[in-house]
Design a protein around this ligand. Structure first.
Ligand SMILES: Cc1cc2nc3c(=O)[nH]c(=O)nc-3n(C[C@H](O)[C@H](O)[C@H](O)COP(=O)(O)OP(=O)(O)OC[C@H]3O[C@@H](n4cnc5c(N)ncnc54)[C@H](O)[C@@H]3O)c2cc1C
Length: 431
């Protein structure tokens, strides 16, 4: 039999590296396997990394991690055809320790984060694909890789292999994603001189802006766009569900091109040079799409377990936190020598007690409500942008008449009852 490890972690993204780091720090013989040439080489993220969960693992990480700007200005932008409604918060406290969030470029960040696990004692092997889990008498006992003699054994296997998680599917822990539960996102990294970024976004060198974009960005479908400032440029992207792409015959690259040429966006990116084009899936099904996360000899973390809060744009922090919780459960299981489903179940309990499942549960009806009621994105969002435009237009119409016209624009053809029902339904889904 090949060498046996205490833990094998499949995938060196935020979830896998966090799990490997905590396992190694606790003295477990840990192997981290990554299919890419290096951690991050295949990974895609818009890139707002909320700092709290990383701080728990690497206090004062900002002194050593490869980071872009700390986000001091977080905005929502709702696009009409040729208009935009903005709302946001700019806070100088976010530009100081311990920081709320940083923009990161995953190719650099993931390498650094995986190295933290290596420094703690984990062994990292790149360019290695785990093709299946090895199961013996109903328990996962290792993994099969695409290397010659590539079977590797461990007491526990951590599945941190991202959104598709073919391994979790192979084990029967979860079913394939439904097209409405997964978003296809495309993004572009654009180089732009630092001074231009500062001028256009009204910030200094060490201050960043994150803008979440709705409305026209997704052509009235459930989903969002984003624009985040990096040190010397901008990351811009957009995504909507695979179901919407198929139904409305949308091409993701067309969506991005249209977003980039929108009059509210174009001046922000003008003159920039395209550095990279990327596409990836995001599991956005929320609470109801989280399936089995613990089995005999195996746990599932991060995107592989669908731990993404699409409403608040949180994924990487949830990945890290779930990795940490899983590792703590494995450390306890090792002490007891019990790697059965029951022995590892404290991970599931900790996950349910954490902000991850509590937040996903709070929004449990939101993805389905927004996906299956197209009127919210297709009708109400354009009406909101028009209503705000009307409110700010001074053309001799009295304020009372404007108010009446705005209300009429919402109820016309639908009736007040239908509008109130829609408001109640969405309030219930996100309250
Ligand atoms: C366009 C886009 C924008 C996003 N923006 C944000 C954002 O602003 N903020 C945020 O918090 N989240 C964001 N997310 C979500 C975030 O990227 C994910 O939630 C996060 O990366 C999940 O981490 P993970 O470690 O679970 O999975 P991943 O980061 O996908 O890592 C999985 C790793 O496993 C490896 N792997 C897969 N299969 C195998 C195998 N069989 N063998 C070996 N290795 C394997 C992969 O190469 C990869 O390194 C965004 C996602 C996308 C696509």
């Amino acid at each position: 039999m090949s060498e046996k490890f205490d833990v094998i972690v499949v995938g060196a993204g935020p979830a896998g590296s966090a799990a490997a780091l905590v396992c190694a720090r606790n003295g477990l013989n840990t192997l981290l396997i990554e299919r890419g040439e290096y951690p991050g080489s295949k990974n895609v993220m818009g890139g707002v990394l909320f700092s709290k969960e990383l701080r728990e693992l690497v206090p004062e990480f900002w002194k050593e991690a490869p980071l872009e700007r700390p986000v001091v200005d977080h905005r929502y932008m709702v696009l009409g055809k040729e208009s935009a409604v903005n709302i946001g918060y700019k806070g100088m406290e976010w530009g100081e320790e311990p920081y709320n969030a940083f923009v990161v470029q995953r190719a650099k960040f993931d390498q650094w984060f995986a190295q933290k696990a290596v420094q703690a004692g984990a062994l990292l092997i790149n360019k290695t694909v785990v093709t299946e889990c090895i199961v013996d008498k109903g328990k996962v006992v290792g993994v099969r890789t695409d290397r010659p003699d590539g079977d590797l054994y461990a007491d526990v296997v951590v599945l941190a292999d991202g959104v598709n998680s073919l391994l979790a599917q192979q084990l029967g822990f979860r079913k394939e994603h439904k097209p409405g539960d997964v978003a296809l996102c495309v993004m572009e990294c654009i180089n732009l001189p630092k001074e231009k970024v500062n001028d256009r976004f009204n910030v200094k060198d060490n201050q960043g802006v994150a803008i979440e974009i709705f409305g026209e960005a997704t052509k009235g479908n459930f989903g969002a766009g984003f624009l985040y400032t990096t040190n010397d440029g901008i990351n811009i992207g957009v995504g909507t569900t695979v179901a919407a792409m198929v139904k409305d015959k949308l091409k993701p690259y067309d969506l991005l091109d249209e977003l980039k040429s929108h009059p509210a966006i174009k001046p922000l990116i003008e003159g920039g040079e395209s550095a990279e084009y990327l596409a990836h899936l995001i599991p956005e099904g929320g609470y109801r799409s989280v399936q089995k996360v613990v089995g005999n000899g195996a746990v599932v973390v991060g995107d592989a377990a669908s731990l993404v809060n699409a409403i608040n744009g949180e994924g990487s922090n949830m990945a890290m936190h779930s990795g940490q919780l899983a590792a703590k459960a494995i450390v306890q299981a090792k002490k007891r020598g019990d790697f059965s489903e029951a022995g590892l179940s404290s991970y599931r309990d900790a996950l349910h007690d954490s902000f991850i499942m509590k937040d996903l549960e709070k929004y449990k009806d939101a993805p389905h409500t927004l996906e299956s009621n197209p009127q919210y994105f297709k009708e109400y969002i354009p009406l909101v942008t028009k209503a705000v435009g009307k409110y700010f237009t001074v053309d001799g119409t009295t304020q009372r008449d404007k108010q009446k016209q705005i209300i009429k624009s919402f109820t016309e053809g639908k009736g007040t009852f239908k509008v109130l029902t829609d408001i109640y339904r969405v309030w219930k889904a996100v309250k």
